[in-house]
Design a binder for this molecule. Sequence first.
Ligand code: EPU
Length: 363
Amino acid sequence: MWDLSIVGQLVDSGAFVSENLELSGLTTLRVGGRARVVAECATTEILVDVVRLLDSSNIPTLILAGGSNLVIGDDGFDGVVVRVSNTAVRIDEDAVRADAGVEWDRVVAQVVDAELGGLECLSGIPGSTGATPVQNVGAYGVEVGSMLRRVHLLDRTTGETRWVEPEALGLGYRTSILKHSDAALVLEVELAVHPDGLSEPLRYRELAAALDAPEGCRLPSAQVRDAVLDLRRGKGMVLDPADHDTWSAGSFFTNPVVTDAELTRVLGAIEARLGDVAVPQYPADGGTKLSAGWLIERAGFTKGYPGEGAVARLSTKHALALTNRGTATSADLLALARDVRKGVLAAFGVRLDPEPVTVGCDL
Ligand code: EPU
């Protein structure tokens, strides 16, 4: 066991410290056991000091911000959880700079309110600003990576801080070199915004249709934000404590990208099972992106699976979201995830990869 005398030093660094705290309350899935110590860091300076202290003392550390892309095991975390709670936002005419701890949707809302464009398609996504480059958050045809100017990082191997350009981050579909790595911590993010107040060109058919506008056109960012929020709400993808369909980590699996050879095989398996159906597919780096939600439903896991009364179910609004109906444990959710994954593999030969990060548990 590591030495609890660190608690005094964390307090001296300016952190707000709690002990033996239930982690389920800090994640959107609301599962996970207790943390021995939680150190909440309200400014970038405190955050840097605290993480440097923990790293130099070799104490197991879990960085936690919005908690929206995290599955924590029922045994919790026997170390120090660092809560990223820095909250500064600065909006300039063509850029926004925000602390990692700021709730992402607050940044989007402020940019839209300032009559600037570019981030509106990323409205209503749960989680913190610092997490957005880590997994290159995306929705409705826009990825954070395309708007990113630079990211302020704490290099945890050297303890130094530096600004890094997006080209150095290895950004891809829901991934970057920052994901599944403790080498660096995001402190701040700077994004470009459009001074003309217009949205990014509409690239997602469903969104363009909802706005009754042609694909490729640009509209006032506020109008697009409203449409995105409506679409997301309809799919249970906007947090609402009263709606268990939103007690999720968003999409639980990424959309699988298959090579040309795999595609032929998968389409054959789909046809053998379902006959001649239209299969949603989109060109992607390395092959073709299929829709995980579609595959899950067609493998027999329809919305709401396995049914009323289950503590962990697929959302009744979107088959790709695994949800906690109020009393699910991490084990319950993971059992459902394994069930779905096995079923899709058996039906179509496609292996789904989880999107959230797991801590103290595995799929
Ligand atoms: N579909 C179904 N059943 C469902 C849901 C979807 O058959 O229950 C099929 C439909 O054919 C639909 C297609 O899947 O046309 C795509 O569905 P949707 O537009 O909801 O998008 P998605 O691919 O399931 C992705 C992101 C979301 C993002 C939306 C909108 C991933 C893993 N997910 O979902 O991101 O909000 O597009 O851009 O890429 C997240 O990453 O957590 C997330 C919510």
